[in-house]
Write a protein that binds this ligand. Structure first.
Ligand code: NAD
Length: 353
């Protein structure tokens, strides 16, 4: 067996239908007196419900979270936390809302209690992101890792199919890259493989039968494993490419991941045989890249970058940006290789292997 380092991340997970009922107890367990409840504008009602459940332990609701945490929104949320004397944040929502909680935690060290409502996985990671002048900076800091995560499948029942499918594919992408991470280890590989298995078996039902709570619960279980994988080991080509495409071409986060992940898998196929064997086993196919593409198609996701508004003229610049700074990837990154990958993803061609 090869040598490795496994760095366990702390955190308490409360999982199951009805687990939101424990929110007041979970907040009290952390010794919190006044928590600021966060959400996006469309999820204000869910945030207000959580604030009601907290009673006097709620400092207020800040429902202005936005994708990629613009610095101006982070500044307003930090001011509000200060003004209300909050000593914790409860983030009710997807990666955008958890990200806003992390921005507050980064500045003031407040603990975060996360109540995820998508499959993005940010709640399990110490990774923060902040966007200033159109550029998203990210970093790792243990103080932004949520202390407690409450996964209640009831909360993902309202997630529209069009968001749920790509959000689950985004989680699969975390698992795929964790399996060939530079600092990978057997524990995380086990979780990542199981994450792919749970997501691949549940996503068709998540979109096909939106009222199937078992399927949404199974997808949330997969999303938890995916988030834990993302939080524990480093990512590679796929995440770098999506970061570039999202930041420089303003493409939507989860949908971009959905389109790129089959192609990144194919790119690394020969260079990461152990990872590919696990992905293949989890998907029940000997063609991991093709099977991921087929899953995206089966759940009705858009599978071509051109359908997200990218133009063919953008491909050269995207390839240049993607090779600008060197980073780890199992197969060496070449400008020609990335340009070809992007072209396939642009046209929505099905990759193989
Ligand atoms: P999101 O949080 O932006 O949510 C997408 C939309 O869906 C929002 O309008 C939201 O209000 C709505 N929504 C969410 N849950 C809902 C529900 N249950 N019912 C109805 N509507 C609901 O999307 P996301 O994909 O979860 O997060 C994307 C962001 O998270 C990106 O900025 C990404 O970079 C970041 N992210 C960070 C990490 C990390 O570890 N730091 C991990 C994954 C994603």
């Amino acid at each position: 067996m090869r040598s490795f380092v496994y760095d366990a991340l702390p955190g308490r997970v409360v999982f199951g239908v009805g687990s939101l009922d424990t929110i007041a107890d979970e907040v009290a367990r952390l010794g919190v007196a006044k928590a600021l409840v966060l959400s996006t504008p469309p999820q204000r009602e869910q945030a207000e419900d959580v604030a009601r459940r907290l009673g006097s332990a709620a400092a207020g609701v800040f429902a202005e979270a936005e994708m990629h945490v613009p610095i101006e929104v982070a500044a307003r949320a930090r001011d509000e936390a200060r003004r209300l004397g909050a000593d914790a944040c409860v983030a009710v929502g997807g990666g955008s809302t958890t990200g806003l909680g992390k921005a507050i935690a980064l500045a003031y060290g407040l603990p975060i209690i996360a109540v995820p409502t998508t499959f993005a996985g940010s709640e399990m990671t110490p990774i923060w992101g902040l966007t200033e002048d159109g550029i998203k900076k990210t970093g790792r800091d243990p103080k932004v890792l949520p202390k407690t995560v409450i996964y209640d499948p009831t909360l993902v029942m309202t997630l529209p199919v069009s968001i749920a499918g790509p959000s689950g594919m985004n989680a699969i992408a975390h698992c795929v890259e964790a399996l060939y991470a530079e600092n990978g280890n057997p524990i995380i590989s086990m979780m990542a493989e199981e994450g792919i298995r749970a997501l691949a078996r549940s996503l068709p039902a998540v979109v096909g039968r939106p009222d199937d709570i078992e399927a949404r619960s199974d997808a949330q279980y997969g999303a938890w494993l995916a988030g834990a994988s993302l939080g524990s080991v480093g990512m590679a080509l796929h995440h770098k490419l999506c970061h570039t495409l999202g930041g420089s071409f303003n493409l939507p986060h989860a949908e971009t991941h959905t389109i790129v992940i089959p192609h990144a898998t194919a790119y690394n196929y020969r260079a990461a045989p152990e990872a590919m064997a696990r992905i293949a086993r989890a998907l029940g196919s000997d063609d991991p890249a093709g099977a991921i593409f087929d899953l995206g198609t089966a759940i009705g996701a858009r599978m071509a970058l051109r359908d997200l508004g990218m133009t063919e003229a953008d491909l050269d610049r995207a390839a240049d940006l993607a090779v600008e700074n060197p980073y780890y990837n199992p197969r060496p990154i070449t400008r020609d290789g990335i340009r070809a990958l992007l072209e396939d993803a642009f046209h929505g061609r099905r990759p193989s292997r």
